[in-house]
Design a protein around this ligand. Sequence first.
Ligand code: BES
Ligand code: ZN
Ligand code: ZN
Length: 499
Amino acid sequence: MNIQVKSGEITKITTEVLVCLNYEKDKTLDKHIKTLDRTLGGQLTDLHKSGEFQGKPNQTTLVHMNGKVSAKRVLLIGVGPREDLTLDRLRQAMGIASKRVRQVKAKGFTCVMPDVPKSVGQTELVAQALVEGAILGDYRFMEYRTDSSRNEKNLQTCTLLVPQGPDLTEVKEGANRGKVLGEATCFVRDLCNHPANVMKPSRVVAEAKKIARESKIRLKVLEKKDMEKLGMGGLLGVSRGSIEPPAFIILTYSGGRSTQKPIVFVGKTVTFDSGGISLKPSENMEQMKADMTGGAEVLATVRSASRLKLPMNVIGILPVTENMPGGRATKPGDVLTMLSGKTVEVQNTDAEGRLILADGLAYASRLKPACVIDIATLTGACVVALGQFAIGMLGTDESLKSDLRKAGDGAGERVWELPLWDEYFEQLKSDVADMRNIGGRGGGTITAALFLKQFIGEYPWAHLDIASTDWSASERAYVPKGPTGIGTRLLIQFLLNKS
Ligand code: BES
Ligand code: ZN
Ligand code: ZN
């Protein structure tokens, strides 16, 4: 989608649909809409007074202008009461706008920059959220359709109209960020929507290669023989049951000084999780094509750091594999020696994410990181604990966790912390090895994170469990049914806040 920013008069703008956001409970319409309404002879005010349009969150009313102003139609969208406004309400309104505009078969729309209290966010953040919402709400995945729906185009343009007031350069900067972050999430959704017979480990490597063509990015890919040399027993152990070779991707963005320590992201990239020998039940197993969401989000984050020209060093690490029950597969009871040298008794081959992440986290130590954040669709227990609206967060560093919490609040991809107390390690004890890979009943998200903690180095660390949010059972304002890409904007916002 083309994103434009224009300044001008609301009555003179030529557009297929003019989108105006409006608060609930305000006695009159937004001041910009009122300007427009004067030319319309009070048509919109009548609509507001009659109670037909109240401005409730995501409520819409479409009015045809019949040549009275340059815009063909006006689409009023509610954002709820002014005092309850959040950046996410704006994102949602724009997600709804994209869908409604597409319904009327228009190719694009113009949104008037709303009048937003500064406490909600500076102009830049408002513009960013509006553009994110527009792009995310327009997302569909049609790659594998052969019917006419395949040819339905996405919206071509979204224009932010800036009447007097907000600073044009701030709106432009915010809109550019919104485009990068919105497209990053759509990239993740695409990767996770592709079926696992296409999005194999080799295809993930190909995607990383494409990203490595962007500015200041370098790529290193370790193959099976390199992993054997290094002793990556976790990743090798998980990949044994598959005929697809595993990969270990290291994607480096160097935007900062060479002495600046990198921020390292590690993303679980299981292109399909069948459970392995501890086979999963078949119901919903197809959703396990998205068990690579963490890795896709890390790819998108490094790509975005480059596109936003962030003045920092960022490294993305992706242990990539399938988890399959082939003849050579790791069996329950097998013991693996991990990259860190510690040993793990695999009691359940379906707890594979922590095995590959353990090698990723151990590898990260070698990069002398400023901090390490891993992100993974790690535990079904996280879905049970948090439902679909919160990402699980656990970690060793208060300031890192607080930065992530802040980024999540801003991005509308909120995290919720769970405890990482050492008492829980009792549940991970093994009779034959240093630890086992499952923690038994109770606290499944906590024991999984505590397992990871055994492999971290001397760096601040936080773990994000996105099993709760990576897949949506239904369509929402700017979240589609299926892979959501949630977590992507959180990571990029975290970097933006740091810069
Ligand atoms: N990929 C799954 C976790 C998952 C579940 C992600 C649901 C998204 C939605 C993970 O590899 C897994 O299977 N975890 C097991 C661990 C258990 C065996 C200790 C689980 O959560 O059941
Ligand atoms: Zn699993
Ligand atoms: Zn998994």
